[in-house]
Design a protein around this ligand. Structure first.
Ligand SMILES: [Zn+2]
Length: 451
């Protein structure tokens, strides 16, 4: 299985370090509801996990919850109680979204505020090793000291201004600067601080991911995921901190998903196109369709969310659900069996090529089309169910149930057709239509579709 590694800018054969694949994904800042761009990143991690599981790997997945940063301190006006209230509220909302989108839960969701001790340990190591220095307002990481700084994002250190520092979480994304590992307490922080060996204060943003990843996955692990917007400075700084503190390679494979676009534009507050999950549900789209759209474009390509692409996803999901609803409990014929083999191979090959989901989807829809013509049985049904382990559609929640009444009418119509009573057959078709279903006549019988 090949994966595109941002670190080497190459598709590389994936080789895990141990028996379990260690995956770390940058999680949400629980400051408000996740927007659809965030959801794309979470769904990308989910797709990666599902493909690895499909291939038989075991996984240990960690996703952090950022429950302290500049914005959160401002929002809670320096009050620890209020901070807790806000972060718990949005952490719940985040987890609810994951459940709604049928995302396999991570094994651990550590909170930054509960990992302060581990962060302090890393900062101490960095001070000892000469990668960090103290100023009046905090402890900073010296990017010049780490010779490979910027290798992940391809940042050139030549334009680095000596001693240029950044203390807030809002970075300019152009130039490298020394960044805060630990921020000393100041008045605006109110009662939000930790008394530690390195001083009274709170952590910078990047240090939390270095601390929480090594806490659960060790100092060297397999895969780190996140949105491309995190590549610099966040992941660049994580890597610099961890490798400088531990003196060893941090992560083997860095995987980044591209941006989500809304109607061809970047999502932004000022354009008013900042969607959260409930906005799309309120427009009438199903959770399965939303999930489908967010995974259906290859993760390294920009994904365009529009009403049209959502509608198309809704149709695609319906075709899968209909296939399942009409699947017949019988043996498959020879043609189908060979088609199943061919499709399985195509799907595995697609996954192995850096999770080529577009090819997975085209293979399964080609199969469904052919199987509908050839007459699908048990094994055809199993193939679609197995493929759904990758797609992760919730088959139960939106299951297409064909009511007893409809099934009976379909049977009556079959009889009428056998007796060549076309008038009765047409009347029954109309009656079935009134109940919300249409019929496709095929060689091996009839299939029922929801209107
Ligand atoms: Zn992170």
């Amino acid at each position: 299985m090949k994966l595109y590694n941002t670190l080497t800018r190459n598709k590389e054969e994936f080789k895990p370090i141990g028996k379990e694949v260690g995956i770390y994904s940058c999680g949400p800042t629980v400051y408000n509801f996740p927007h659809v761009g965030n959801l794309r990143a979470f769904l990308f991690a989910d797709l990666l996990k599902r493909c690895l599981l499909f291939k038989g790997f075991k996984i240990k997945h960690v996703m952090n919850v950022t429950d302290i940063d500049d914005k959160l301190i401002k929002k809670s006006e320096g009050d620890k109680e209020k901070l807790k209230e806000i972060t718990i509220k949005y952490e719940r909302a985040f987890k609810k979204n994951l459940e709604e989108l049928n995302i396999i839960p991570a094994d651990f969701y550590p909170r930054a505020t509960e990992s302060i001790k581990e962060m302090v340990e890393i900062v101490k190591k960095l001070l000892e090793r000469g990668y960090a220095y103290k100023t009046s307002d905090g402890i900073y990481y010296s990017v010049k000291k780490f010779k490979d700084y910027g290798k992940l994002a391809g940042i050139n250190l030549d334009n680095l201004k000596e001693g240029a520092r950044v203390n807030n979480d809002e970075y300019d994304k152009e130039s490298a600067k020394d960044f805060a590992l630990w921020k000393f307490w100041q008045e605006e922080d109110g009662n939000i601080f930790w008394e530690t060996e390195i001083g009274k204060g709170r952590p910078g943003w990047h240090i939390e991911c270095s601390a929480m990843s090594s806490k659960y996955l060790g100092e060297h692990f397999d895969i780190h995921t996140g949105g491309i917007d995190l590549l610099f400075p966040h992941h660049t700084n994580e890597l610099a901190q961890s490798e400088a503190a531990n003196g060893k390679k941090f992560v083997n494979y860095w995987l980044h998903n591209e941006h989500l676009m809304i109607n061809g534009e970047k999502m932004s507050k000022s354009l008013g196109n900042f969607y959260v999950l409930s906005d799309l549900v309120n427009k009438g789209f199903s959770l399965n369709a939303i999930r489908y759209l967010l995974i259906s474009t290859h993760y390294r390509q920009k994904l365009n969310l529009t009403d049209e692409t959502l509608k198309a996803s809704e149709e695609a999901v319906k075709r899968i659900l209909e296939f399942i609803a009409n699947a017949k409990n019988r043996e498959d014929n020879e043609k189908i069996i060979s088609l199943i083999k061919e499709t399985k191979k195509a799907i595995e090959k697609a996954i192995d090529d850096d999770l080529n989901i577009a090819l997975v989807l085209s293979s399964i829809f080609k199969f469904i089309r052919e199987a509908n013509k050839l007459g699908a049985g048990k094994k055809a049904y199993e193939l679609v169910i197995k493929t759904n382990e990758i797609l992760g559609l919730s088959l139960e929640k939106e299951k297409i149930e064909i009511p007893e009444e409809v099934s009976q009418l379909v049977e009556e119509r079959e009889k009428a057709r056998k007796n060549k009573d076309w008038k009765k057959s047409d009347d029954l078709r109309e009656e079935i239509k009134k109940l919300g279903f249409i019929l496709d006549d095929a060689k091996d019988g009839v299939r029922v579709r929801k209107i």
